[in-house]
Design a protein around this ligand. Structure first.
Ligand code: BTN
Length: 267
């Protein structure tokens, strides 16, 4: 099963992309606890390296940010975790969620009809038609080597009708926006090629990534209440800073550079 999915993913790829992603770097599980947990464990044991990918059809302990759960199964969506080797400059690690949002967002946009834009909500949710289509959870392990695990849940062929009514206004899928099914492995192939090409160059291309995000910024211009550490900041979002931080201008015209937030309320 794993082997046939691998071949479907890399069909039509350029040789140089294929050379950096072999079948030994790929694992598929019908069900697992969490692909992020599985990959973190493998990396800690030294059994996985750069661009190792774990995909599952369903998760029993799938994790989202802030303790949310992400289990979504039925083999209709994409749930996966990808290992990215971290460089020595820690201040650049906070760029990763934005790189992931860019890579996933541009893969999705390449399937949508021209003019259909995805919105990116800081730090790393992707929205289609104002509702959440994908979530990204970036975690790190420092031993034996520093790696990030980028965990992504992308609703591909999910039907809103299969979700509880309370989620209808806040969730969506590629299927719901496009009006027809997409091949999950083709979509995953696009995303992986994006990481293989963009990640090694993030020192030089991060400005382009921020330029891609700016017109798609879900929060820009909106009034926010942001809880970060022991502070609550109120103001309106003015975009993403050079290091990937959320910029919020308060009533005194002071611009706050927010690196992480426990809660963001859009007022
Ligand atoms: C969020 O929006 O809160 C982030 C959701 C991230 C979910 C993905 S699914 C694959 C990977 N494994 C996990 O346990 N979580 C991430």
């Amino acid at each position: 099963m794993s082997d046939s999915i691998y071949h479907e993913i890399v069909t039509g790829w350029r040789e140089d992309d294929r050379a950096r992603f072999s079948s030994a770097q790929f694992e598929f599980h019908e069900s697992t606890g969490s692909t992020n947990d599985d990959l973190l464990e493998k990396l800690r044991r030294g059994e996985a390296g750069p661009f190792h990918l774990i995909v599952a059809d369903s998760q029993t302990k799938g994790r989202g940010r802030r303790g949310d759960r992400w289990e979504g199964g039925d083999g209709r969506n994409l749930l996966f975790s990808l290992a990215l080797q971290l460089g020595p400059e820690r201040e650049k690690w906070s760029r990763l969620p934005h790189v992931a949002a860019y890579v996933v967002g541009s893969a999705v946009e390449s399937i949508l009809p021209p003019g259909n834009q995805i919105a990116a909500k800081w730090p790393n949710d992707l929205f289609g038609d104002g509702r959440k289509m994908a979530g990204i959870l970036v975690e790190t392990t420092l031993t034996p080597q520093p790696f990030a695990v980028v965990g992504i849940g992308l609703n591909v062929n999910l039907r809103l009708a299969d979700l509880p009514p309370e989620l209808h206004d806040i969730s969506t899928s590629l299927y719901e926006v496009l009006g027809c099914e997409s091949n999950r492995w083709f979509v995953l192939g696009l995303i992986l090629q994006g990481f293989l090409r963009e990640y090694p160059n993030i020192d030089t291309n991060f400005t382009d990534i921020l330029d891609w995000i700016a017109p798609r910024d879900f929060l820009a211009g909106k009034n926010l209440r942001v809880v970060t550490g022991n502070k609550t900041i109120e103001g309106y979002a003015i975009g993403t800073g050079k290091g990937g931080e959320l910029l919020v201008r308060d009533a005194d015209n002071h611009v706050h550079h927010i690196i992480s937030a426990e809660k963001i309320e859009v007022c």
